[in-house]
Design a protein around this ligand. Structure first.
Ligand code: SF4
Length: 97
């Protein structure tokens, strides 16, 4: 089994699909690897692509408020996206043909 660090490195360097052409950064997951709770978004948005971190834009602020309402912080959970590179214009991810 690969460690999260190994998976992080694979995602950072991945060029397996055309989304790698338009990204600034790929966005591996982050957080507590032992977390009981995992949040999974669809794909990185503008700020996630810019910073290479999940949920750092408006969605991140909302997530932070929601977590605070149940006495948690980001570091308590694991946060990731299904698609690791930003689809152009935030379009829905598409199947490769
Ligand atoms: S979206 Fe996934 S498969 Fe495509 S380049 Fe990024 S990490 Fe690789």
């Amino acid at each position: 089994m690969q460690s999260l660090e190994q998976i992080n490195l694979l995602v950072r360097n991945c060029t397996d699909c055309p989304l790698s052409n338009g990204r600034t950064n790929s966005v591996p997951g982050e957080g507590n690897p032992q977390a009981d709770v995992m949040f999974i978004g669809e794909g990185p948005g503008y700020y996630e692509d810019l910073h290479g971190r999940p949920f750092v834009g408006r969605a991140g602020k909302l997530l932070g408020r929601l977590l605070a309402s149940i006495n948690l912080v980001r570091e308590d959970v694991f946060i990731a996206n299904m698609v690791k590179c930003r689809p152009p214009g935030n379009r829905d991810p598409a199947l490769l043909r």
